[in-house]
Every structure is written in C-alpha cells, then in structure tokens.
Design a protein around this ligand. Structure first.
Ligand SMILES: Cc1cc2nc3c(=O)[nH]c(=O)nc-3n(C[C@H](O)[C@H](O)[C@H](O)COP(=O)(O)O)c2cc1C
Ligand SMILES: Nc1ncnc2c1ncn2[C@@H]1O[C@H](COP(=O)(O)OP(=O)(O)OP(=O)(O)O)[C@@H](O)[C@H]1O
Length: 330
C-alpha cells in the first residue's frame, strides 16, 4: 500500500484528516529505538481502529537556527518516508519547521495535534517540544485531547540508542556497529558519475563512482564490503571511500566494484549499502600492487557478505529489493 504524505505548513492543517495514532519526532535513521515507537503506534492504531501516522519535521531544526552549519544525516526526508512506510506506517505528517513553528507554546502545540485529529501519541521518554523545549512527556500527558504512550529508553550496552550516537560510528567507519543500532545496513543514494576511467582501462577493475547526495554522512576513508542496489536488485560489491592516495586525487570519491556485473549504469540513480569496513585505504607503489590488493579484497568482501545473509535480507525487504547471488568465492 502507498503511504500518504501530508505537508503541514505552520498551523494550516488540511480539513477532514482521518483520526490517527501517531508517533512524533525527527526520526533520523529510524533506528531500533525509533522502531519501538513505531511498533507501539501501529499497535494502538489497530486497537483504536484508526490510521497509524508518523509526525516529523522538515527541514532539520538545526538548519533553521544555524543555517551556515554543515548538517548531514543518516537518512534524507525521502528515506524516512520510504522506511516508515516499509515499517508499516500508513500516513506521514511532515510539519514544516520554521522559526514561527518553533515559537509555538505548549498549548498551541497540543491544539495543532488536536486539529490534526490525532487521538493517540507515542513518544520517547525524553521527547521535548514547543518553544524553548518547554514541553516534555509530563506536559504532553497533562492535556485532555488525546492519550499518550511513553516508551522507555531502548538501550544497547546500557546506553540509549540515538541518531547522535550512530552518526560518529558511521563517520569513523564503524559501520557494523552503526548497522547493529539501525537494525539494517546504512546506505547512501546518488547518481553514477564518470571517474578517471583508470579502473576499467589500466586496472581492469571497473568501478561505479557515486555522485552522492550531499545530505548524507560519509563513512571514513577505507574499503567496505557492501552492496549496490540497481533497479531493485542488491548486487554484492566492494566499496572504496577516499582520495585514492596511489593517484593523489584531490577529491574524496565513493566508488564500488560490483561483483559479476557488467551493465552500463552511468547517470542512473543507485544506492550504496555499507556492511563492514575491511581495511584502510593504502598508498601503493603503482598499479600492480593495487591490483593484487583488489584481488584479495574480492575474497575478503565476498566472505563478509556470505556471513551476513540474514541481515542483508532484512535490509533488502525494507527497500523492496531482491538479492543477486554472486558467483562463488574463487
Ligand atoms: C575495493 C577498492 C579498494 C581500493 N583501494 C584503494 C587503495 O587502497 N588505495 C588507492 O589508492 N586506491 C584504491 N582504490 C581506488 C582505485 O585507485 C580506483 O578505483 C582507480 O584509481 C580507478 O579510479 P577511476 O574509476 O576514477 O578511474 C580502491 C578501489 C576499490 C574499488
Ligand atoms: N532509544 C530510544 N528509546 C526510546 N525512545 C527513543 C529512543 N530514541 C529516540 N526516541 C524517541 O523517538 C522520538 C524521535 O526522537 P529523535 O528524532 O530526537 O531521536 P534521537 O535518536 O533521540 O535523536 P538525537 O540523537 O538527535 O537526539 C522521540 O519521541 C524520542 O523520545
């Protein structure tokens, strides 16, 4: 079923919205902590016989208050919409975040939710809202319009799972740990661009170069076992992030050698999935050394991918894709 996406600009709420049970927050990453909120929200919707909804904000509040700061994310708004739908949410309310919206007091915020026909709210124990974060779970529970479920902290290793905990894991290359907290494989979407063509000519290792959407967090330099999703199919791949020190490139590139793949995908929109970092980027003394390393990278990355079958399947389901089985290791 296609999820409905409804924009709400300031207090202009479309008329006749259906009754809903909603969870509320920014939800970058829709990680395993967020997923507990979604599960409760969907359960309550079923109990009450109403739609399940997710209320989020766009743009990121940080962009409104600090417009000059670089602000990267685990997921774009489009990803959040896609993942929420794949996780069973029926309607997504995207509230335009502005200085006026941020200035609403607690009562005005409650009134907005009532106008949206929300009859149940699910939020986390630390949810804050309204002007200067004056609203919290206690003020939310102390109004008369809707019921509230507060979800206790979902932890890993005695620490709350949060978007801000996952971000540095991605940026430092600890992708396997980030994936554990996300519950699926981290990914970056973009368009395949032309590289320097050394891969296909001199190295005989063709690579697809990703012109990544600038909203995403980029994993640190190094080689990763992962996948490239082309036309709803996950192809096993080894991905390099870095400036190719052997060739002293000026710019950091994100490129993948896709296993058993020979399609022309220039200018296509694709998604790179990161499973696990296998090594750092190295400066080699020429093509031959690099080529030898790439041959052994294939074996290492195929082994990593073969070990993580369940995990991969879970991510593919979220992205409505099938997984292409690459040829044997040798
Ligand atoms: C799995 C993989 C690992 C790589 N490792 C390195 C590396 O350690 N050092 C390096 O300088 N370049 C590395 N590269 C990048 C190659 O130098 C690059 O693919 C080659 O120069 C072709 O670039 P082009 O597509 O822009 O022509 C790696 C590429 C891949 C796909
Ligand atoms: N681990 C968690 N356990 C329970 N509730 C959570 C957890 N993480 C987030 N929430 C709740 O999910 C909603 C969305 O929160 P938010 O988008 O701020 O996520 P976050 O991961 O805490 O982000 P950040 O790290 O940027 O603060 C809020 O209601 C929040 O209280």
């Amino acid at each position: 079923m296609v999820m409905e996406v409804i924009r709400i600009d300031y207090l202009n709420v479309p008329k006749d919205l259906l009754k809903s049970s909603c969870c509320i927050g920014f939800f970058d990453g829709l990680h395993t902590g967020h997923q507990a909120l979604l599960d409760n929200c969907i359960l309550k919707a079923k109990e009450l016989g109403v739609q399940s909804g997710l209320i989020t904000f766009d743009p990121d509040p940080w962009k409104i208050f600090f417009p000059d700061r670089v602000c990267r994310h685990i997921t774009t708004l489009e990803d959040r919409i896609h993942l929420a739908s794949a996780m069973g949410i029926e309607v997504m309310y995207v509230i335009t975040f502005s200085k006026d919206f941020a200035a609403l007091d607690v009562d005005a915020f409650h009134l907005l939710l009532q106008k949206m026909n929300v009859c149940h709210i699910t939020c986390g124990f630390d949810f804050k809202y309204a002007s200067k974060n004056s609203g919290n779970v206690h003020t939310l529970q102390n109004q008369d319009y809707f019921n509230v479920s507060v979800i206790d902290s979902v932890n890993s290793k005695n620490e709350k799972i949060s978007s801000s905990r996952i971000e540095p894991l991605i940026q430092s290359g600890k992708i396997d740990l980030a994936n554990e907290l996300l519950g699926y494989m981290y990914s970056i979407e973009g368009i395949i661009e032309h590289g320097f063509k050394r891969g296909s000519t001199l190295l005989k290792f063709p690579t697809a170069n990703l012109g990544a959407n600038a909203d995403y967090l980029v994993p640190s330099s190094g080689v990763y076992a992962g996948f490239v999703c082309v036309n709803d199919t996950f192809y096993g791949a080894m991905i390099n992030v870095g400036n190719n020190p052997t060739f002293e490139n000026k710019k950091v590139s994100i490129e993948a050698h896709i296993f058993d793949f020979d399609q022309d995908i220039y200018d296509q929109r694709v998604r790179f999935f990161f499973l696990k970092k296998t090594r750092n980027e190295i400066r080699f003394n020429g093509f031959e050394e690099l080529k030898k390393q790439l041959e052994s990278d294939i074996i290492t990355c195929k082994k990593v991918i073969s070990r993580e079958k369940m995990y991969v399947q879970k991510t593919a389901v979220l992205w409505d894709a099938k997984v292409f089985e690459f040829k044997s290791l040798f």
